[in-house]
Design a protein around this ligand. Sequence first.
Ligand code: HAM
Length: 421
Amino acid sequence: MITKGPRGTADILPSDIEKWQFIENTAKETAKTFGFKEIRTPVFEHTELFQRGVGDTTDVVQKEMYTFNDKADRSITLRPEGTASVARSYLEHSLYALPAPVKLFYNITCYRYEKPQAGRMREFHQFGAEAYGLDTPAVDAEIIAFASTLFKNLGIKDLELNINSIGCKECRANYNKALIEYLKAHSDKLCGTCHERLEKNPMRVLDCKNPECKVAAANAPSILDHICDGCREHFEETKKHLDNFGIKYNIDPSIVRGLDYYTRTVFEFVSHSIGAQGTVCGGGRYDGLIEELGGTPTPGIGFATGLERILLVMEAQNVKFPTESVPEIYIASLGQETAVMSLCYELRQQGIWAECDLAGKSLKAQMKNADRSQAKYSIVIGDNEVETNSANIKDMTTGEKEEIKIDCASVAAFLRGEVLK
Ligand code: HAM
């Protein structure tokens, strides 16, 4: 048992790490071009933050949180997502004093007690971004463009962008009335959870995965027929900006999102390459969240994308990852272990990846290891080489050899393609 990780978790092994680093670095570089700065918040928060922020009626809060009491009997929860934590930090550190929009990104682990399957984990990784302080449609478009550019930079194709507006508090109240009336007429087909949702948060019924609920909700009134003039205009302007960027989208009135804080624009990027868990990214505006957490009313919008799902999509689409890095040089020893180790050490001080044998292996075994390591060059240092301060360096791809000096500066210059003066 102790040699198997908990269900729903996964180790990221060295053989895969460069793929992860490529995704993370690409996300960070993309964030830079959109002017977002990194924020890091703790893995755990007070449980109340998520109850208030994410919402008491959501599946995440009701069923999926890793919640426990600490030794001082405080209720603590491992973050199920990043938005509430970043909003808490924004308030705690008065980041609202900075010029708006305040643009933040994060690369975090999240925890949800879900039924594990491909692309659905109990510990998973999110890259996300949040922008606070402006409610203009230009910010909605910028956030969507950021996510879209990230997927383009990763080389992912064929993601569908679906957008919707779920209105503000006022128009949502009107819509809920119409929706409840409709759903009550179909309540015999709804599951037990949806009966509860009908009372507390009827829009969540539209998001239910139960096939009968899906059928019952199929002809439900559309939120887009109920949003107020202000929300409609906001949505139209957001779409115009996206058109202007040339970002394609579908309007999907069934997107309601699973978290309570959303208002107005909501969106998802969906892949058809990875089966059921195809939503690789979700986000939207949340103009009431900061107030809900005790701050003055402050608009906000963001997105988060699941890195496990991105990796699945990239692998399914055979996207090329950068080639794995390999040592620049393997230095083999023929009875000159000390000289070899110190040259290897000195090259590393110069920022060069050099490898040598630490196990006292024969020259033949060392050369086998040089091959296995895929080092670009190899060199053998014995008594003669030490005496003359020169050796043949071998290009491991072409097999060509060249005589060079074997002091650190000369080897480093050779490996960097420089000529020593
Ligand atoms: P979310 O839709 O709950 O939104 O999650 C965002 C993304 O995280 C999903 O699209 C999916 O790729 C990934 N994800 C979610 N749950 C799992 C899981 N169990 N296993 C693997 N990947 C998963 C949020 O979390 C919001 N905080 C997004 C946001 C930011 N909205 C505004 N700002």
